[in-house]
Design a protein around this ligand. Structure first.
Ligand code: AMP
Length: 113
């Protein structure tokens, strides 16, 4: 499958990787929207949050734990941050591999637009 985040997860494409274990990878967004903008992805391909089910749902726990650790490492755990999962066309999803944006280092406005 021609999926850029699968290629990054498989080390076939370069990225600025900040964390990796057997199931999860985190890397810097190529077009950052905040001083800290990381993407956290499952290594196994899932198209979007809509593909999460009872069998594979543990990956969400792992991703959230990774987000917590990365927030601590980047010193934004107390100040706050935003964790975003754009889903589908109206949700603004442009890469068809589930990813969580971890955004921080500035004040986030609402609504997101
Ligand atoms: P979304 O619009 O929610 O699907 O987010 C996709 C994100 O992936 C965007 O913020 C892009 O800047 C980012 N992105 C696309 N290609 C790469 C890449 N090769 N390395 C890192 N980030 C990327």
């Amino acid at each position: 499958m021609d999926c850029i985040f699968c290629k990054i997860a498989g080390h076939e494409m370069a990225a600025n990787i900040v964390f990796e274990d057997d199931d999860v990878m985190a890397f810097r967004d190529i077009n950052p929207q905040a001083p800290i903008h990381l993407l956290i992805v499952p290594k196994k391909h899932l198209g979007s949050i809509m593909e999460i089910n009872e069998e594979n749902g543990e990956i969400i726990n792992k991703i959230i734990r990774t987000a917590q650790n990365l927030a601590r490492q980047n010193n934004i755990d107390s100040k706050g941050f935003r964790l975003v999962v754009n889903t589908g066309n109206d949700g603004g999803q442009t890469v068809g591999h589930l990813h969580f944006h971890l955004l921080g280092g500035r004040f986030m406005t609402w609504p997101p637009g």
